[in-house]
Design a protein around this ligand. Structure first.
Ligand code: MG
Length: 285
């Protein structure tokens, strides 16, 4: 099998229709060896806090990548953990930034053709292959966990009033669990990173259709336009990367293999249990 090579990338970050500030951030980093890193973050927190958290997280992840571009999965995990520590410490030093946090999803293509996704929060990574869209990440929210357990249907989860409440985010606690997944990347695959400003209002099937329909630069415009056409309730950020065929022999990995840790911390389980109780009690009332 041919090794997938870096192809065209494009990204767009838009304020949306209702917000007064764009607290999302994104960036692409590459190095001479062929390593490529895409990062998207969705900041949370009052005035200045959200935008500061997302920017600081991306700067930190990029800094760690530039220091060790061949560091692979270990570097990727460490970059999000370091971003967590830095956002947390910065929030603790400035009263106007207190409580700020951010999601972060990062996609690393290594020079040998491997691909890794690391994430915390509900910003997502998708892969489009042969017209089929597949989510590579699982949101760290109590509502998403209830959908995974069958307590809520996907349709109920999509409109649940507490769907934006995160179980994990960067910078809110002194340490954070990072989900790290090795992803199979083949020539022709299209990868998408996005914030919930897209995935919260545009269904996966529609995201897949728009992602497949045009070159990356046009696809990101269409995706943002689709979110805004549905009211644009949040900042919306999308990054698209194509993989192209190379000449070297490549490697193949499972479709999406979790690398290590459980999906929820104990506090996550506690919140999920409380939400189950709430849903049951509402049903009885
Ligand atoms: Mg958002």
């Amino acid at each position: 099998m041919a090794t997938p090579q870096p192809g065209a990338t494009a990204w767009l970050s838009d304020i949306g229709r209702l917000r007064s500030e764009n607290q999302d951030a994104c960036c692409e980093f590459r190095d001479a060896s062929g390593a490529q890193l895409l990062v998207v973050a969705d900041g949370m927190g009052g005035h200045q806090g959200g935008a500061t958290a997302s920017r600081l997280a991306i700067e930190t992840v990029g800094e760690i990548f530039r220091g060790a571009p061949r560091g692979g999965a270990a570097m990727l995990r460490q970059s999000l953990e370091t971003a967590n520590a830095r956002v947390y410490e910065t929030a603790g030093r400035q009263v106007d930034l207190l409580g700020m946090g951010t999601t972060c999803v990062a996609l690393l293509f290594t020079p040998d053709g491997a691909a890794w996704v690391a994430h915390v929060g509900d910003s997502r990574a998708y892969r489009l292959r042969e017209g089929r869209i597949e989510a590579l990440t699982a949101d760290h929210s109590a509502v998403a966990e209830l959908v995974r357990r069958g307590v809520l249907s996907p349709e109920e989860g999509a409109v649940h009033p507490r769907r934006n409440e995160l179980l994990r985010s960067i910078g809110v606690e002194p340490s954070v669990e990072v989900d790290l997944i090795e992803v199979d990347a083949r020539p022709g695959d299209r990868f998408l990173l996005c914030t919930d400003g897209l995935s919260g209002v545009v269904e996966d099937a529609e995201i897949g259709r728009l992602l497949a329909s045009a070159a990356p630069a046009r696809a990101v415009r269409q995706l943002v336009d689709a979110a805004n056409a549905r009211g644009g309730p949040d900042n919306v950020t999308v990054m698209v990367a194509l993989r192209e065929a190379g000449s070297a022999m490549g490697r193949s990995a499972p479709a999406a293999r979790p690398a290590g840790r459980p999906a929820l911390s104990w506090i996550g389980w506690l919140l999920a249990a409380a939400l189950v109780a709430l849903v049951v009690l509402r049903g009885l009332a």
